[in-house]
Design a protein around this ligand. Sequence first.
Ligand code: C2O
Ligand code: CU
Length: 566
Amino acid sequence: MRIARHLAAVAVPVALLGVPGAPASGLQHEGHVMATDSMGVVWRMPPQPIPMPMMLPGLMGAIPGVTPFLPDPGRDPAMLPEAVFREVVKMADGDTLRLEAGFVRRTIGMRTFTMYGFNGQYPGPLIRVPQGAEIVVLFTNNIDLPTAVHWHGVRIENQFDGVPGVTQDPVEPGESFMYRVHFRDAGLYWYHPHHREDIQQDLGLYGNMLVDAPAPDYYGPANGEDFLMLDDLLVDEAGLFPWGREAAIQTLMGRFGNQLLVNGESRWETTVRRGEVRRLYLTNVANTRTFNLVLEGADLKLVGADVSKFERETFVSNVVLAPAQRYIVDARFGEPGTYALLNPIQAIDHFNGRFYPHTDTLGLVTVLDEPVTEDHGAAFSTLREHADVIEDIDRYRAEFGRPVDHELELTARVGDLPSDIVAVMALDTLYFPPVEWTDAMPMMNYLSTSENLTWVMRDTRTGRENRDIDWRFTAGDVLKIRIHNQRRSFHPMQHPIHIHGQRFLVLSRDGVASDNLAWKDTTVIPVGSTFDILLEASNSGRWMAHCHIAEHLEAGMSMVFTVDPG
Ligand code: C2O
Ligand code: CU
């Protein structure tokens, strides 16, 4: 209803507006019609990532039906403190952390932006705690939007889960909230806002948490550790590409960035010695991008996932990581040289119906021709079986064959999108990739908002959708949930489904049983696929389950379920 088109009469060319931070030469969109908010933030045409004829004549000059948002656009980033690289904060049981979300100046590549940071850092502080510890986090919101902090994957007490509208009220600018975070599971977690995270997380509000198990040999031996938070950011000549103020834009595919980031930097670089084993803690914090990581020159061993290790270690050639997912991977560098961390993907040209390969370089590893002092080569080449994980899962194997308790269908419903888009989308669904690795239709994505497109989780038995779904469990219940990602929908896309407060096993994909399990909190369901998961409902409270593509969450794709105390 609110797609504003043909605004020539009221809009001002971007050149006349003096976009904050815009270099004088960066006005490539001169001549396009633009709209502005009271702060002078303008919509501009989205960057076209690849040379493709995606500009439909009927959509020329169209802009989203919401106001463009940039963080504090009146502020000169030069007046802000430059963000510093994250610190590792080692905490013990009972310790307190002060955590502030605030404005920072960020320099990415050669450019300076006003962004957000936790404690002035990028990424946020890396919180490292022993398993079983409980910490207090005194959070203060000093950004210009209401927010809250969610401790992703931590099976926390419900009232501290950080979900506005479900477990707390949003923390208004200037206000504070106290979280008590108890870490019962070892492994890799992360924290991020759960309120307009399409904006806030994208602007830098995310950090890792590592929970160390007491056993020193919980993982195999390694010479060092690296924490890689994978992200992307959408920029054009004028600066950060605006977000939607009243509602999210880019709800069709989510907001793909054109600048890939590792730990907030455009390139990750490290130097290792020949034979070194590095443990890589990988977290995808992007709004929508799924990464396919390849580390040249290294052997990779997959060790752990979201909430536990795998039953068995396996050697892998690549690691696919959807938003919010974590993997723990050991890498061994056997030969000297310089090797790239790559993201090779199959991009799609929707108009010509063709896939083509595309590779981005995320980092560089220099392997010195100097042997590592402590060589863990023998241990690395041995694939360990994790008896602790197997025994833990053994308690649930009898339930693997149980009938399906609940079924969800994932689909989209279109509201008042421009008819040009609807027509093109009908064409588009004739050929579709199981995973969208990149934004092949930025113009259509740009015009999709949470007001004209709804992403749907539908309970197939009751017909209820999204927040009308009302599942009720009792702590101790074990449930089989079947999730089907509809191939024939308006725009099929993969969905990383995240369940709060609990943990689950992916039992099967399209009828093929998993042969190596790990406890998960997020699993990505490709287009057309059906997953059976086994949910351990052990943590009482009202919890959210949702797609972790930030814009899909904003566009409706969430539900709430209740676990009553046992
Ligand atoms: Cu990463 Cu609902 O959360
Ligand atoms: Cu989704």
